[in-house]
Every structure is written in structure tokens, then in C-alpha cells.
Ligand binder design. Structure first.
Ligand code: NAI
Length: 255
């Protein structure tokens, strides 16, 4: 592929809140997008892109995704591992099956996906992987242990990948969003996370915990993901964890 051709992104969780916003930001910058999600293709997905409906918690479906990618392109410029699930319940009530599902969706999928993405990024002469972790990797709350553990593991995996992929000019960074108004956040709040009252009350409660005084919008995460993926903007960054949380983790809880 020549320098003048559009750069190509593969993103998982493309149909979710942060996923759709990220697809739009890359498309606005002239990239072609391969979107992966277990939800069907949504109206408004870029016409020059490729949409693959698949479940990344299953290794054979990750293989099938990259078989479909091979029919479209032999190179990739960036991969954003964004799909994830959240199970919000006490550790003592979490079953081994629930734990395994969270790890397969949020962590093993990144390990398996990166192995298959590596040759396509290398074939382009280098590129970037952005792993969407969470502030739950560095500080967490009750009733979300499996999710927090998966996101912490993703930080360690990011560092390991950064070291092993550096010789092929592939940068690997993680982004750690704080509370962002998406279907995942609202589902978590409706299951009882973050205080009492209605979902709107709980959103306001979360907003008060940030220094900015509000929850984030998906576009604000999408632009930070773009920064980490675009080598013209973040070429000297690899193996890092970028927190984008409106300041939620910077203030002492004793304040
Ligand atoms: P979302 O629930 O709106 O989107 C997630 C998307 O991933 C959905 O479209 C879902 O269908 C897809 N997905 C989940 N499991 C899948 C699987 N096995 N195979 C294929 N697709 C699958 O959630 P949101 O908020 O957009 O989350 C995106 C990322 O941001 C996630 O990694 C999440 O953990 C992270 N995050 C979100 C925060 C928030 O406050 N919204 C805060 C911190 C991190």
C-alpha cells in the first residue's frame, strides 16, 4: 500500500459508545475503518469501511475476523482493542464462569487479537495498538472485581507487548477512561453502582467525583485514542497508560 492511500484502523467494540465515537474520529481524519462488534452493523458506519459481526471472547471467531480482514487488506496502521464487558457483583458471588467470561472478553481477546494483528502492522512498516483499559486498573470500588482485574491485567499486557513489538516499530499504549456517558456506564449505574437514586442521580453523583465536575463524553476518549494511534502525534510514546478521567483519580479521597 502506498503512502498516499488511506490508513486503516481495526477497532473492536465498534458499535458501543466509545467505539462509535472513535470510528467517527478516525473517519474524519481520512482513515478507513474495520469495525468489529457482536452487535449488528449500525446505521451511519462509514460506507468505505468493513463491518465484521463477531464475538471476540471466542478464539475461533478472532481467527475468523482476521481471515475476513485478509480479504480486504494485508496491512494495518492501527488496532484499537476497545470491546469489553462488565459484570458488577460482589466477589463472593462471582462464579468461575463469570470470571472466565470477563477475562476472555477483556484480556485474552487482546492477547489473541494482537498475535494476529502483528504481521499486518509489521507489513506496513510499523503502527500502533491502543488498549482501552479503565481507571479501575489503578483504583477501584466494591462489586466489580473481575472487571478491575481484567483492566489491570491489560496494563501489564500493554507493557509486555510494547517491549516485544518495539523492534517492528509497533507502539503499544493503554488508555484509562474515567466515567464516560455510554450504554456500559448507564447499565452499571442501573445495576446499583455509584450510590442511590435514579440513574440520573447516580450520574450526577459520579460527576461530582471528578475535578471537572462532569462525566466524560465518548468523543473526548475517542480523540485521546486517536492521539495514541497516530504516529505523527505520539511517536515517542509506548508502553504507557494515559488516564483520561476529568481528574477523578487525582484528588485524595480524604479531602
Ligand atoms: P459499550 O458497552 O457502550 O460498548 C462496548 C462494545 O463492545 C459494545 O458494542 C459491545 O457489543 C462490544 N462487545 C462487548 N463484548 C464483546 C465481544 N465479546 N465481542 C464483540 N464485541 C463485544 O461500552 P463503552 O463504555 O463504550 O466501553 C468501551 C471501552 O471503554 C471498554 O473497554 C470499557 O471497559 C472502557 N471503559 C468505559 C468506561 C465508561 O465509563 N463508559 C470507563 C472506563 C473504561
Amino acid at each position: 500500500m502506498s503512502e498516499t492511500e488511506a490508513r486503516i484502523l481495526l477497532i473492536t467494540g465498534a458499535a458501543g459508545g466509545i467505539g462509535r465515537a472513535t470510528v467517527n474520529v478516525f473517519a474524519e481524519h481520512g482513515w478507513r475503518v474495520i469495525g468489529v462488534d457482536r452487535q449488528p452493523k449500525y446505521e451511519g458506519f462509514p460506507e468505505d469501511g468493513v463491518y465484521i459481526e463477531a464475538d471476540i471472547s471466542l478464539p475461533e471467531q478472532i481467527e475468523a475476523i482476521y481471515q475476513q480482514v485478509a480479504a480486504f487488506t494485508h496491512t494495518l496502521d492501527a488496532v484499537v482493542h476497545n470491546a469489553a464487558v462488565q459484570i458488577a457483583k460482589p466477589l463472593l458471588n462471582t462464579t468461575a464462569e463469570e470470571w472466565d467470561l470477563v477475562m476472555a472478553s477483556n484480556l485474552r481477546s487482546v492477547f489473541l487479537g494482537a498475535k494476529l494483528a502483528h504481521p499486518l502492522l509489521k507489513a506496513k512498516g510499523g503502527g500502533a495498538i491502543v488498549n482501552v483499559s479503565s481507571v479501575h486498573a489503578v483504583a477501584t470500588s466494591a462489586d466489580i472485581a473481575a472487571y478491575a482485574a481484567s483492566k489491570g491485567g491489560l496494563l501489564a499486557l500493554t507493557r509486555a507487548m510494547a517491549i516485544e513489538f518495539a523492534p517492528d516499530e509497533i507502539r503499544v499504549n493503554a488508555i484509562l477512561p474515567g466515567a464516560v456517558d455510554t450504554p456500559m456506564l448507564r447499565a452499571g449505574l442501573s445495576r446499583g453502582l455509584s450510590g442511590d437514586g435514579t440513574v440520573v442521580d447516580r450520574l450526577e453523583n459520579l460527576a461530582r467525583k471528578t475535578v471537572n465536575g462532569r462525566v466524560g463524553q465518548p468523543e473526548e476518549i475517542a480523540r485521546s485514542i486517536y492521539f495514541l494511534a497516530d504516529h505523527t502525534q505520539s511517536s515517542f510514546m509506548t508502553g504507557q497508560a494515559l488516564i483520561v478521567d476529568g481528574g477523578a483519580t487525582c484528588r485524595l479521597s480524604t479531602e
